[in-house]
Design a protein around this ligand. Structure first.
Ligand code: 13P
Length: 257
């Protein structure tokens, strides 16, 4: 792993202010673990409070609208999440694609808008079980990635590879307790890496971190994080408890250099 491992918790639609104690505990422990970059994406309603509560870890949003402002009832812009204290945004999560009909084009527009506002991006991709069974997982995921990345990413990467992180999350592994084999994760991450190198050149394409997400737990984290080209994890359920999440962070700390 070239860069520091990046362990990100996605709280999804979970958490009220009583959960801030978990964020605080994660933050306090992470202050002593400089080998790993740790971040949390709470729901919109907790972004500002989490930002105020923590000192070390990154705070991000789980989505934003592609527009800058205006008549979009219930939506939140990139500038708004930035103003609330978010430094990054997760875009293109399969739950957004499924629940809200987000297409690659919508994800691309959101990515463009979030980059322009100054947010770092965690761009999600991942195949369904049907697509994997049909032997088309790599083709699907790399196609999804190409179609979700706006042209402006290339220039942004010139100023720093941390602008973009890709998260590979097979839909069938999310919240199910099932994970791909290490060989399958490595193969997919290598295919994603090859796509990034083709799009952004050897230096910038190699520097983008690729996270694995889908049923990452303290007891499988070492194995999953050791897979080739895995630069960290995007964690759902296990990020809701400081104890479980820190178990995953510790697995990243203990990885061989
Ligand atoms: P789980 O860790 O609950 O499987 O969720 C993964 C995920 O979707 C993170 O974005």
């Amino acid at each position: 792993m070239a860069e520091r491992p990046y362990i990100v918790g996605n709280w999804k639609m979970n958490g009220t202010r009583s959960m801030l104690s978990e964020a605080r505990a994660i933050d306090r422990a992470s202050q002593r673990l400089m080998k790993v970059e740790v971040a949390l994406a709470p729901p919109f309603t907790l972004i500002h409070a989490t930002h105020k509560e923590v000192e070390q870890i990154g705070v991000g949003a789980q989505d934003c609208h592609a527009g800058e402002e205006g008549a979009h009832t219930g939506d939140i812009s990139a500038a708004m999440v930035l103003d609330a204290g978010a430094k990054f945004v997760i875009l293109g999560h399969s739950e957004r694609r499924q629940d809200h009909g987000e297409t690659n084009e919508i994800v691309r527009d959101k990515t463009e808008s979030a980059l322009a506002a100054g947010l770092r991006i965690i761009l999600c991709c991942g195949e369904s079980e049907e697509t994997r069974d049909a032997g088309k997982a790599e083709e699907f995921v790399t196609g999804q990635l190409r179609a979700s990345l706006p042209a402006s990413v290339a220039a942004m990467l010139e100023s720093g590879p941390e602008t973009l992180t890709v998260a590979y999350e097979p839909i069938w592994a999310i919240g199910t307790g099932r994970t791909p084999t290490v060989a399958d994760i490595s193969a997919m991450h290598r295919a994603i890496r090859a796509t990034l190198v083709e799009l952004y050149g050897e230096d910038n394409g190699s520097a983008v971190r690729i996270l694995y997400g889908g049923s990452v737990k303290p007891d499988n984290a070492t194995e999953l994080l050791s897979a080739d080209e895995v630069g960290g994890a995007l964690v759902g359920g296990a990020s809701l408890s400081a104890e479980n999440f820190l178990g995953i962070v510790m697995a990243a700390v203990d990885l061989p250099e």
